[in-house]
Design a protein around this ligand. Structure first.
Ligand code: EPU
Length: 417
């Protein structure tokens, strides 16, 4: 298993091109199931979750080519299988995103139930309730969700709770349904908007993506198109923290600053100077960081996917920071690893109280999920001496060559095979 070895204490300086957003590319690839035409997606990040999606879509009948320039050609002339098997879903929960498109295109889908993961129980009940509203019969048997329908019919669906992939799954189902669907309390994340933009280019009729109410007028069929995936706001946010805590100067390109204003504003409260351009953000790490409280929320609030990274910044801020995790019930696994490096963190239910500034010292630490592993890499960048981050496969699921990007701006980081 690969590990990352980091020698802390380097100031980072330079420019980094942000990759395409994993959480946008995953539903976009699933959307290829909605047409027999070719779909070309540009700016796809080559991370392990994308390779898992390629395997899954191939099992369903897709022809897929990944070019070296990060453009992906997908064509699914005929659906060969309607099943997302357990061994794929267990490695990537986002596999459930094939449910909506499969149902819409073939009237049938069989998808393994994802089960819990390191950050929480993560049920998919709201996806399933939505499919039922669209007229599907949904059963759960032998660990699989089995759904079937004639043509789906439009309906008014109010989500009990805001769900990102739930909104995406229902949107992909509704675009081919008969009549009008109204999604209320929908997720407003940039990735939802990106998917809606792609679907509209394919011929779907969607209004309101990016707002809480999305209205979809079903059409008979969709066609192929070319679409460029948005930049990854979480990769960008992670690197902003890297610049901030190392007292560095980084320029990040290929990102819409509007997608991460909550992070930019929070960092400004910490005393970090940031310049925001049309498709770039520059960060200037200050000598002293001020503490600040943060609460994770749905977009446009502070993202839960940045909470672990923000905790590292809190350990380097002078004073007490309160971090409140509202989205997932078990997303503080990184805290105990950070404490092993010297962080002063107290957990109290969904809150973490972080007292800074503490000197971190290099240690061997274990990543528990994607964003937790990013936080441990960040901690390694400021720790005294060497850190060894184990179970890097979590990082590889969602960050494209993070160590190469960090090395290019002066970090001392290497991968041990
Ligand atoms: N929820 C339910 N029932 C459902 C669906 C969700 O109770 O049917 C709950 C969840 O348990 C959670 C909350 O609603 O407490 C929000 O979950 P959501 O459905 O929005 O999460 P998701 O769609 O499974 C996506 C991202 C996550 C990101 C969350 C929140 C993708 C592929 N994944 O997950 O990304 O944390 O939204 O923004 O888009 C990551 O990239 O590291 C990652 C975990």
């Amino acid at each position: 298993m690969d590990k990352l070895r980091i020698q802390g204490g380097q100031q980072l300086e330079g420019r980094i091109q942000i990759s395409g957003a994993k959480n946008s590319a995953l539903p976009a690839m699933a959307a290829a199931l909605l047409t027999s035409d070719e779909l070309i997606l540009e700016n796809v990040p080559y991370v392990n979750d994308i390779y898992t999606t390629r395997r899954l879509l191939r099992e369903l009948g897709a022809q897929i080519e990944l070019a070296t320039d990060h453009s992906v050609r997908l064509r699914i002339p005929k659906i060969e299988s309607i099943e997302a098997p357990y061994d794929l879903v267990k490695t990537m929960r986002a596999s459930v995103l094939v449910l909506g498109p499969l149902l819409a295109r073939t009237g049938r889908a069989r998808v393994s139930m994802p089960g819990g993961c390191a950050i929480g129980a993560r049920p998919i009940n709201l996806h399933l309730k939505g499919f039922e509203k669209l007229g599907a019969q949904v059963r759960t048997e032998h660990g699989y969700v089995e759904a079937s329908c004639e043509r789906l019919t439009g309906a008014d669906i109010t989500f009990d709770k805001i769900t990102v992939t739930g909104t995406e799954n229902l949107m992909m189902a509704a675009v081919l349904a008969e009549g009008r669907t109204v999604l209320e309390n929908a997720a407003r994340e940039p990735e939802v908007v990106d998917l809606a933009n792609l679907l509209m280019k394919m011929g779907a009729k969607i209004e309101g993506a990016g707002r809480s109410t999305i209205v979809i007028e079903g059409v008979r069929e969709l066609k192929g198109t070319t679409h460029r995936i948005i930049g990854d706001r979480i990769e960008a946010g992670t690197l902003l923290v890297a610049g901030a805590i190392t007292g560095g100067e980084l320029e990040l390109t290929g990102i819409h600053p509007a997608h991460l204003m909550s992070v930019v504003e929070k960092l400004r409260e910490n005393g970090v100077a940031l310049d925001v351009g049309a498709e770039l953000i520059s960060v200037y790490g200050p000598h002293d960081l001020a503490p600040s409280d943060v609460e994770t929320l749905e977009f446009p609030g502070f993202p839960t996917d940045m909470q672990a990274q923000y905790m590292v910044l809190a350990t380097q801020s002078n004073g007490i920071s309160l971090i409140h995790e509202n989205i997932f019930e078990n997303r503080f696994m990184h805290a105990s690893e950070l404490m092993r490096m010297g962080a002063n963190v107290r957990l109290d239910g969904s809150r973490a109280i972080v007292a800074g500034k503490t000197k971190l010292t290099g240690a061997t630490v274990i990543a528990s999920d994607l964003r937790a592993s990013a936080s441990l890499v960040l901690a390694g960048l400021v720790a005294d001496g060497y850190s060894l981050v184990d179970r890097v496969y979590h990082l590889d699921r969602g960050y494209e060559k993070l160590e190469d990007k960090l090395r290019s701006v002066g970090a001392k980081i290497e991968r041990l095979k």
